[in-house]
Design a protein around this ligand. Structure first.
Ligand SMILES: [Zn+2]
Length: 151
């Protein structure tokens, strides 16, 4: 990961702490452009960011896209193509919208939570995301949680 990405994400996180959501969106618009900003807005409003905590104390963040699931390592890495191509290789932008969404979701408390993930579930999720860019296991756990909540 480049210094540019690290410092951009650090600045964005700091900015979000000191400003309301809409102002932070303007900040993103000025730095990542209108298209990525509308995706960030959508991602946060639709609760697409998921924070998983495992039984052995690990924290994992994911972004649930419409067709794909991305692993987001806050302030560092995203498994999407935009990150690989436009952030890492071409260095066109300092971050993809998933990394920005994670910062906003965490800062404004707009994310879904899954806790007590077992080691087997964690391994399955990570393997699925790596192999298929999607995770039936993660989706199944989220659906199960929603059902319990609605009973
Ligand atoms: Zn991404």
């Amino acid at each position: 990961m480049s210094e540019k990405t690290a410092s951009y994400l650090k600045d964005l996180k700091k900015y979000a702490k000191e400003h309301i959501f809409e102002e932070t969106l303007s900040y993103i618009k000025n730095t990542l452009g209108a298209h990525r900003t509308s995706r960030v807005t959508e991602g946060v409003y639709e609760n697409r960011v998921v924070k998983c905590t495992t039984l052995n104390g690990r924290t994992l963040w994911f972004y649930l896209g419409k067709k794909e699931v991305y692993l987001v390592i806050p302030m560092m890495f995203c498994s999407c193509m935009d990150f690989l191509i436009n952030v890492v290789e071409r260095k066109i932008v300092p971050a993809c919208y998933h990394l920005a969404s994670q910062i906003l979701a965490e800062n404004y408390g707009k994310y879904r939570r899954l806790s007590n993930i077992t080691v087997d579930e964690e391994e399955a999720i990570l393997e699925e995301v790596e192999k298929y860019k999607y995770s039936p296991t993660l989706v199944r756990l989220l659906v199960k949680k929603e059902q319990i909540k609605n009973i």
